[in-house]
Design a protein around this ligand. Structure first.
Ligand code: 9MR
Length: 588
C-alpha cells in the first residue's frame, strides 16, 4: 500500500505525541514515590502549567475518581525557574495504590497510602551500610545479586611518616581491618565515621523498642542484638583499631595514597596507610566510644567487656586530646613534609570547639562525672547549627536533651535553657515552610544546596523529630516528614535520591562497586549527595540552578556520590518517622 503524505504526517504526529506523553508520565508531578500514611499529611507538587484547577486521585489502573481536590495558586521557586502548585490530599485516608492525575499535566508515578509507607526506605537505608562493609565477603543470601568477594583486608597497614611515633616508627605494620568504605571511594576516615556513628547510635537510643524488631537480613541478624547495633559494631571495631594504644591518639584515616580507579573493592593492591593523628579525629572517637559504652552495657552477655573497653578508649582519647588540643589535619601541609603524598579525602577541620563539646557531652552522659559536664558547658556555642562532619556540636545537644531527666540537680537550669534554645532553632526551621514552592523544610535557603545537600534535608528532619519528642507538638513531625518526601521525590529534580526505591531513582551513583559490578541497578539503599550548586566535578549539568544542580552520572562526585555520613541521617529520619507513626499518623 502506498501511504499518502498527509497520512504519513498524521502517523508521525501521533507517534511523536505518544513519546512526549510517555516522557511526561510522572515527570510533572513531584511526590514521595513510596507513599503516605493514611492519617498523615499528603502533598504532591505540580511543576508544569495547566489550565485545570483540579486534581484527582485515581486507582493505578483505573479512571474512577476517588478523591478530587483543588490546586493551590502558583508559586515561584526561589532557587530555580520552576513554578509550582500544591496538591494537598491529606484528608484522603483510604489505604490503596494510586496515581494523582491533573488534566493537561498527566499522571504522577504510582504511590501507596498505607501504614508503614516508608518502611522500605527505612530498612534499605540501614542495609545500605552492609554493602559498604570492607573486609568481609558479601554473600548472596544477604547481598542478592550484589554479592561480592571481600574488599581490602587492611591487616597490613603501614604507619605513614606523618603518623610516626617512638613505638610505631614509619613503615611499622598495624592491623585495622573491617569497617565501612566511606563513600564511593575505598578509604576509611575517622572524622566522617564519627558523625555517622553518632547519628546511628542516636537513632537507636531514641527508638530502642522499634529497632529491637527491625531486621535487615545481615549475617548477624537474630543474634540477640538489634541489627542497627550489629551494623554499627562493624565500624566501631574498626574505629577501636585506629587508636594508638601507646598514647590514646587516633589516626585520621586508613587510606591509599591516591584514590583507586573505578574497580571492584580489593582488586587493587596498593599499600594502605594510617596517617597523622589529629585532635578532631581523636575527640570524635572519644564521643563515639563514650556513647557506645553506655549503649552496649546492656549487651554485656553477648559482648563481654566491650562496653568497658569502649569507655577506657574514650577516656584515653580524651587524655590525648587534652595534651594535643590543636592538631589540625591539613593534608596540603602534611604533603610538603612527608612521602608518599596523600591525595584522598581530607575531612580537615580547623575548629575543635564543637568536637570538645560533643566528646565532653557523651562522656558526661555516660559517666555522670561533673568535670565532663563543666567541659561541655565551657565549650558550648549558643549559636546552634545542624550536624555536619566538621560541625558536631548538635550531636552532643541531642544526647544531653535525650538524658535531660537524669542530669544532676545543679545542671537542671542549664538544661532548661538548652531545651528552649533548641526549640527556637526548630521553630526557625519551619516558620516559613509555607512560602517554599515545594512546601518542604529543605530548600528555604540557597545554602541548603551544597555538597551532600541531601544530608541537610535528613538532618533538618532529625532536628524536628527531636523537637517533636520534646514538645509532642505534631507540627514538627509533619515537617520532618516533608523532608523525607523531599528525598523520595518531592523536589525540583523529581528524583528519588535513594537507590532502589521508587519509580525514578538515582541509577548511576559515583560509587565504585555500582560502576564496576556489571549489574544495571546500583547497589541499593544508598543516598546520593544531591543538588550542589558548587558543581566542583565540572560535569555537564542539565540545569545549574541551586535546587536543580544534580546529574545522575557516575562521574558526578559532587552531586551523585553516596557517603556514610549522608546515609546515617536518612536511617534516622526514615526509621524515626516509622517508629513514631503509630502515635502520630494512625487513627486513634
Ligand atoms: O562530604 C565532603 C564535603 O563536605 C567536602 O566538601 C568534599 C570535598 O572536600 O569532600 C566530601 O567528602 C568526600 C571525602 O573527602 C572522600 N570520600 C567521599 C566524600 C564524599 O564526597
Amino acid at each position: 500500500m502506498k501511504l499518502r503524505p498527509h497520512f504519513l504526517f498524521i502517523l508521525l504526529f501521533t507517534f511523536t505525541c505518544n513519546i512526549i506523553k510517555a516522557q511526561a508520565q510522572g515527570e510533572n508531578i513531584k511526590l514521595n514515590q513510596l507513599g503516605f500514611y493514611p492519617f498523615g499529611p499528603k502533598v504532591a507538587v505540580l511543576t508544569a502549567s495547566t489550565s485545570s484547577s483540579q486534581f484527582y486521585i485515581l486507582p493505578v489502573n483505573g479512571t474512577d475518581t476517588l478523591f478530587k481536590g483543588t490546586l493551590s495558586v502558583e508559586r515561584q521557586s526561589a532557587f530555580s525557574k520552576t513554578k509550582t502548585r500544591i496538591a494537598d490530599f491529606s484528608s484522603f485516608d483510604k489505604p490503596g495504590s494510586y496515581v494523582l492525575y491533573i488534566p493537561k499535566a498527566g499522571k504522577s508515578y504510582p504511590f501507596k497510602i498505607e501504614d508503614n509507607a516508608n518502611r522500605p526506605v527505612a530498612i534499605a537505608s540501614l542495609k545500605g551500610f552492609y554493602y559498604q562493609r570492607v573486609s568481609m565477603p558479601l554473600e548472596t543470601k544477604y547481598a542478592g545479586k550484589w554479592a561480592r568477594p571481600a574488599g581490602h583486608p587492611d591487616t597490613k597497614v603501614l604507619i605513614h611518616p606523618s603518623a610516626a611515633s617512638p613505638e610505631r616508627p614509619a613503615g611499622t605494620e598495624i592491623s585495622t581491618p573491617g569497617g565501612w568504605y566511606d563513600a564511593g571511594d575505598y578509604n576509611k576516615y575517622v572524622v566522617n565515621s564519627g558523625i555517622t556513628m553518632g547519628t546511628l547510635f542516636s537513632a537507636y537510643e531514641d527508638f530502642p523498642a522499634y529497632f529491637e524488631n527491625l531486621k535487615t537480613n545481615i549475617p548477624e541478624s537474630g543474634n540477640g542484638l538489634p541489627d542497627i547495633l550489629n551494623e554499627a559494631l562493624i565500624n566501631l571495631r574498626w574505629m577501636l583499631s585506629m587508636q594508638d594504644p601507646n598514647d590514646g591518639g587516633v589516626y585520621n584515616k586508613c587510606t591509599n595514597a591516591t584514590f583507586d580507579g573505578m574497580v571492584m573493592p580489593g582488586v587493587t593492591k596498593e599499600p594502605r596507610y594510617v596517617v597523622q593523628k589529629g585532635t578532631a579525629a581523636t575527640l570524635d572517637f572519644a564521643a563515639v566510644t563514650a556513647q557506645a559504652s553506655r549503649i552496649l552495657r546492656k549487651y554485656n552477655t553477648q559482648l563481654p567487656g566491650l562496653a568497658d573497653s569502649c569507655l577506657k578508649a574514650a577516656i584515653n582519647a580524651w587524655g590525648w586530646a587534652k595534651k594535643n588540643p590543636y592538631v589540625e589535619y591539613n593534608q596540603d601541609e602534611m604533603n610538603k613534609t612527608f612521602q608518599p603524598v596523600v591525595t584522598t579525602g581530607g575531612y580537615g577541620d580547623k575548629k575543635f570547639q564543637d568536637e570538645w563539646f560533643w566528646a565532653a557531652s557523651e562522656l558526661f552522659v555516660s559517666t555522670q562525672e561533673g568535670a565532663y559536664g563543666e567541659e561541655a558547658a565551657s565549650n558550648f556555642n549558643g549559636d546552634l547549627s545542624l550536624p555536619a562532619w566538621g560541625d558536631v556540636q548538635m550531636l552532643g545537644v541531642y544526647s544531653i536533651l535525650r538524658f535531660r531527666d537524669f542530669v544532676p540537680d545543679y545542671a537542671k537550669s542549664n538544661i532548661d535553657q538548652l531545651k528552649e534554645l533548641f526549640i527556637q532553632f526548630a521553630d526557625a526551621l519551619i516558620w516559613k515552610v509555607q512560602n517554599n514552592a515545594f512546601q518542604t523544610v529543605m530548600g528555604q535557603s540557597a545554602k541548603d544546596f551544597n555538597w551532600g545537600s541531601n544530608s541537610n534535608a535528613a538532618n533538618q528532619g532529625i532536628a524536628l523529630i527531636n523537637a517533636y519528642m520534646i514538645t509532642k507538638d505534631k507540627k514538627y513531625l509533619d515537617n520532618a516528614l516533608s523532608n523525607l518526601d523531599y528525598l523520595l521525590g518531592r523536589n525540583a529534580t523529581g528524583y528519588c535520591f535513594v537507590t532502589g526505591i521508587g519509580s525514578k531513582s538515582t541509577m548511576n551513583p559515583h560509587h565504585r562497586p555500582s560502576v564496576a559490578d556489571g549489574i544495571e541497578e546500583p547497589v541499593p539503599g544508598l543516598l546520593a549527595g544531591g543538588p550542589n550548586s558548587g558543581m566542583q566535578d565540572k560535569c555537564k549539568y542539565p540545569f545549574t540552578d541551586p535546587e536543580l544542580a544534580y546529574i545522575d552520572q557516575h562521574e558526578s562526585y559532587a552531586s551523585n556520590e553516596i557517603a556514610i555520613n549522608w546515609n546515617a541521617p536518612l536511617v534516622y529520619l526514615a526509621n524515626g518517622i516509622e517508629a513514631l507513626q503509630p502515635s502520630a499518623f494512625m487513627k486513634k
